[in-house]
Structure formats: C-alpha cells, structure tokens
Design a protein around this ligand. Structure first.
Ligand SMILES: [Mg+2]
Length: 353
C-alpha cells in the first residue's frame, strides 16, 4: 500500500505578497491581471474569499464583489524562489515528488524514512520546515493514493493537515459532495445533481454497469473515485511526458474574443511552467476545448511553437467547426522522449474525445 502526501501552499501568491508587505495582513488581497486588461485573479487570500472572490475569476467581477480588494501584479521571481525552497524540502524525504504547480505537489513516501513509521508525522515535519524556511504555511493530506490525499488536504486548510487511514476511506468518502472530487467541475456536478447524484452516498449503491449506463464513460471512473480508489502513480519530473495548464470558466465562454484572451493567459502560464524544463525538447503545441456537455477535443500540431497566436489558430481551426459555448480551455505540450526524434512536419493532427 502506498503512502502519499499531497502538499499545498495556502493561497500561495497572496501569502508571498503578505509576507513581503505586512500591511496587507488582514485585508482582502489578490494577485492577478488588471480589470482594464481583462485580467483574471490567480490567487486571493481568505479575507478576499469571504467576499466571494475566487481564483480564475475575472478581475472586473472580483472588484465588483469586493471593491476594497487590493490587487497585486505577479511577483514571479519571489514565487519561484519560495517554490524552489518548498520543492527542495520535499526532495529531502523522497525522490518521488510530482509538482502539480509551483505550490502543490504529490509525494510518494512509501519507501521513505518516516518518523516512527508515520507519514502523518513526516507531513508535519515538512510543513514546519517549509514555514521555518519561507515563513509561508502549507497544508497537507495524507492517504494511500493521490485522490484521497488531495481531498484530505482540503479538510484542514489553511495551515493544517488530515490523514485518511485505510480503514476510514469509506467513512471519509460517503458524505462527500461529488463536486469536491478532483475532476468533477461545477458543470459536471450540476449534471450529476440533475441525475439525482449529490454525494458519493448516492453513487455507492449502483453497480459499475448501472452507472455507465446512466452517465456514460464518466461512470466508470466515478465508480472507483467514490470508493476512494485510485492507482495513479506519482510521476516525477524526470518521467514527465507533458505539461499543460487549463482553466474551467465560471460561466461558459461564447465570445471568441474572450477565448482569445483566456488562451493568451494560459500560454503565459505554460511558458512560465516550461522554464522548469530547460532540458526538454517539445514535440508541439496542444489546445484542449471542452464544451458544457463534456464533449472534449484536443488539437495537437507538431513543431508548432508555444505562443498565443499559434494557440489561437489551433483553437479557431477546431472551434469554428463546432462554435458552441466553451466551459474549459487548456494549452499544453508533449515532450519528446529520449527515443523519439523530433517531428517537424505540420501534418500531425490528432483528435480525441
Ligand atoms: Mg495552493
């Protein structure tokens, strides 16, 4: 049985800003692009959340909800510096660290030297070391797989941790609202609600077959997820085969101009992420589009550089054939594996879903 820790810094960017400028403490603070430039909020602190401000929300809307919101621009170098320290601390205890973003990682500590054999104690130790080194708080979830660890991490946030022991999995999952499960967004949750499914308790009595019959392929995955089953491995950076970022919109986008702006933001985020992998060769650019009915399509073009214009071209090429409102957009790259030679043809068009 694996021992997995999901570690997540608490409102990371906003926390760094508050550390740098203590006069911000106790006030609603967000980091993001300006409303004038149709920016979005990337992180906000708990004071801002009380007003309904959320990450990925348009800054204009955030300012309406919370007129006193203090908006800060990205201090990229400071976040990077803190992130490097956090990831270094994680690597002291295991090589199996999968960073999901600058401030979030899965650690497989199954083979680690655990204090008194306890991953729970190790998580405490890591959080303390992070605080000592950065003056920033982290939360942690501890469990036997990634799905449970991530859910557990939410339980005592901020600056807390929670362990789901193997004998408590059923108890932990049963009352959980389906929307809390990573992979079920607002729209999917609403769809499930319409089917009469609110919490895992509503799913558990159904057989796998019944579930697939009622809600399609998603049912297969949901059957396992509601039982806290997940056998995905922690993938380290060395093995990383792709990198992508995506945004689910609070309201479906139907204006192409809004999609273009969103793609531009996503490309900037992807480019920043790619600076972590200077040694990797990129196969090409990918754009992912998801519609509100879960139909999903991915366009990939080998040899295409990661920039906003290219992402927009790829997007248009596919979206123009199916110009309906979009609930999620993503951009990504696949890395060229050691054995694979870089393809520079422009004809590798793939479609999934
Ligand atoms: Mg975080």
């Amino acid at each position: 049985m694996r021992k997995i820790i999901h570690l997540d810094m608490d409102c990371f960017f906003a926390a760094v800003e508050m550390r740098e400028d203590p006069s911000l403490v106790g006030k609603p603070v967000a980091v993001g692009g300006s409303a004038a430039r149709r920016g979005v909020i990337s992180t906000c602190n708990y004071e801002a959340r009380k007003f309904g401000v959320r990450s990925a929300m348009a800054t204009g809307l955030a300012m309406k909800l919370c007129p006193k919101l203090i908006l800060r621009k990205h201090s990229g170098h400071l976040y990077r510096e803190a992130s490097d320290i956090v990831m270094d601390i994680c690597h002291r205890y295991t090589n199996l660290v999968q960073s999901l973003s600058m401030d979030e990682a899965y650690l497989d500590v199954t083979e680690s030297d655990l204090p008194k054999g306890s991953a729970t104690l190790l998580a405490q130790k890591i959080r303390q070391e992070i605080f000592d080194a950065t003056k920033l708080t982290a939360s942690a979830g501890i469990a036997t797989n990634k799905l449970l660890a991530k859910l557990a991490c939410e339980k005592n946030k901020p600056n807390g941790q929670f362990t789901v022991s193997p004998d408590k999995v059923r108890e932990f999952m049963t009352p959980l609202p389906l929307g809390k499960i990573h992979g079920i967004g607002k729209v999917s949750a609403e769809y499930l609600r319409q089917q009469g499914f609110n919490t895992c308790a509503d799913i558990l009595p159904l057989t796998r077959f019944e579930l697939v019959t009622r809600i399609g392929n998603m049912g297969d995955w949901l059957y396992d997820a509601c039982r806290g089953l997940d056998d995905r491995e922690v993938i380290t950076e060395w093995e990383r085969k792709s990198l992508s970022v995506e945004t689910t919109f609070n309201q479906d986008l139907s204006d192409p101009e809004e999609m273009r702006v969103a793609l531009t933001d996503l490309i900037a985020e992807l480019q920043e992420g790619l600076t972590e992998y200077p040694e990797k060769k990129i196969h090409g650019l990918q754009v992912k589009i998801k519609y509100h009915d879960f139909k999903q399509t991915t366009i990939e073009r080998a040899g295409m550089a990661v920039d906003a214009d290219n992402a927009w071209l790829l997007h248009l090429e596919r979206w123009a054939n199916d110009p309906r409102p979009v609930r999620l957009l993503g951009v990504g790259v696949r890395f060229v594996s050691e054995e694979e030679t870089p393809q520079l043809s422009f004809d590798a068009l793939t479609m999934t879903g």
